[in-house]
Design a protein around this ligand. Structure first.
Ligand code: SF4
Length: 361
């Protein structure tokens, strides 16, 4: 795998783990990535609702659940360290990360020298700021909770927890944990060989009755770590998106967008451009249309002439002659959009017939 040179990567924005988790949650939407991490050209416009990725109400509810779950676990832990004071928003990230790392190192050394008869209970660390470099990107974030168990079989168990207000565990949450594991492994350097890392997502349904590592939920970290490394590498999807201009990235307006803070900005831009993104087409379907020069609703609508709406006689859309027979023939043979071509041409045609009588001849 060919690595990018430092010149190619110095202009990259710094990423945060929760933003990357959201990118995954929104089906790896390239426009989300651009707006979240490189969105200066849109954020200077007035979007009253956009650029607020989480409403204060939702954020408040999520925070309450996080604190409640952390308190439930605290009551069963051997010790509990709240690192909220290492606040990277008031301090700086570098110094917050150094203090976090120092605290973790001290606790790990304690665990390594723990006597075998020590109760097998973890020390919990709440709100741990982290930062580092993965692949070609600088990345930071605050881990909700870290558990450090006393030494057993020659290793110290460290489990990184994400606490979520959702009912189900999602891949996006696991990815966030995998990012923190990678950052901590790198931060600990050679010392990490003494550690067995584990990942855990706690949601509304999680049973926190016992704090044994075995009874808490967990997942296999390795595949997620590989996913993160691939995503953040110089040949990964994020670097590919970074190289495309915001106005050129493909995006799909779908039900997922209802929960996205950039919804307003995306819908307005799609309407202004009369983009085919408005048709709920997948990015693959849009790409197939783009290959045939179809970018706007009008490009689709003008492939066939639909009978005037005053004409009440029934008609078969498939039998209506194409205005550009060669293009329609090629599009019909396309494996990605061929089967739904007539439906696609019909949709913008019916929109236009409502507003623009010139569409019908
Ligand atoms: S609203 Fe939809 S298209 Fe826009 S950034 Fe969010 S997920 Fe992507």
């Amino acid at each position: 795998m060919e690595e990018k040179s430092s010149n190619e990567t110095t202009d990259l924005p710094s990423l945060d783990a929760s933003g990357l988790a959201e990118f995954i949650r929104f089906d790896c939407c390239p426009r989300y990535f651009k707006l979240r991490f490189e969105g200066d050209e849109e954020s200077c416009h007035k979007w009253p609702e956009a650029f607020k990725p989480l409403s204060p109400l939702l954020y408040g509810a999520g925070k309450k659940i996080e604190e409640k779950k952390a308190q439930e676990l605290k009551a069963k832990a051997a010790d509990y360290r709240d690192l909220s004071d290492f606040n990277p928003r008031t301090d700086d990230w570098e110094s917050a990360w150094k203090k976090t790392l120092q605290t973790i190192m001290e606790l790990l050394e304690c665990s390594l020298s723990a006597k075998t008869e020590t109760a097998y209970k973890p020390v919990l660390i709440y709100q741990a700021p982290m930062k580092g470099h993965i692949g070609v990107w600088d990345i930071k974030g605050i881990a909700d909770l870290i558990g450090i168990w006393p030494i057993k079989n020659g290793k110290v168990k460290v489990r990184i927890f994400e606490i979520k207000s959702s009912w189900k565990e999602q891949t996006a949450h696991r990815i966030q944990v995998a990012i923190y594991v990678l950052l901590l492994t790198k931060g600990l350097g050679d010392f990490s060989s003494n550690v067995d890392f584990e990942g855990c997502v706690i949601n509304k349904e999680s049973d926190l009755d016992k704090l044994d590592a075995e009874s808490l939920p967990s997942f296999r970290l390795e595949p997620l770590i590989q996913d993160v490394q691939r995503l953040l590498s110089g040949n990964g999807e994020l670097y590919r998106i970074h190289q495309i201009a915001l106005s050129e990235v493909a995006y799909q307006l779908s039900w997922r967008c209802d929960n996205c803070g950039f919804n307003e900005c995306c819908v307005v831009r799609a309407i202004e451009k009369e983009s085919i993104a408005l048709l709920n087409l997948t990015r693959g379907e849009q790409k197939a249309l783009k290959c045939h020069g179809i970018l706007r609703l009008e490009d689709l609508a003008s492939l066939k002439v639909v009978p005037n709406s005053d004409d009440q006689r029934p008609y078969n859309f498939k039998e209506i002659p194409a205005l550009d027979p060669q293009k329609v023939r090629l599009l019909s043979a396309d494996p990605v959009i061929g089967a739904k071509l007539d439906k696609l041409i019909q949709e913008p045609n019916s929109c236009y017939s409502e507003y623009d009588p010139t569409v019908h001849m």
